[in-house]
Design a protein around this ligand. Structure first.
Ligand code: ZN
Length: 101
């Protein structure tokens, strides 16, 4: 492959889960984003601008990330109960959907 081949070639972007610390394809993770205004929210499109942190769509990973404070460290800002609750709800839904498969 040529060195200056376009980046969109075939490489799958990977990110690290702030819970288990494993590396996974970006699209398999949930993105938490801090907007330039400082609001923390979930980003299901992967297109919101701002600083992002990633976590597996598993409650286990989210709880670990919450306990260790790694999401908030990664975003360099505190995360409110509300955001964690929203995350937990979304992830619980995703887990449920997977079970229904
Ligand atoms: Zn994980």
């Amino acid at each position: 492959m040529k060195k200056n081949a376009p980046q969109k070639a075939k490489k799958i972007p990977e990110r690290r889960c702030t819970g288990c610390g494993g590396t996974f394809p970006k699209r398999e993770l949930v993105r938490v984003v801090r907007s330039p205004e400082g609001d923390v929210s979930l980003d299901f499109t992967g297109k919101k601008s701002g600083r992002g942190a990633y976590v597996c769509p598993k409650l286990e990973c989210l709880k670990k990330a919450r306990r260790t404070g790694r999401i908030s460290k990664s975003l360099e800002c505190p995360i409110t109960e509300e955001v964690y609750t929203a995350l937990e709800e979304e992830i619980a839904l995703m887990e449920k959907e997977r079970e229904d498969d």
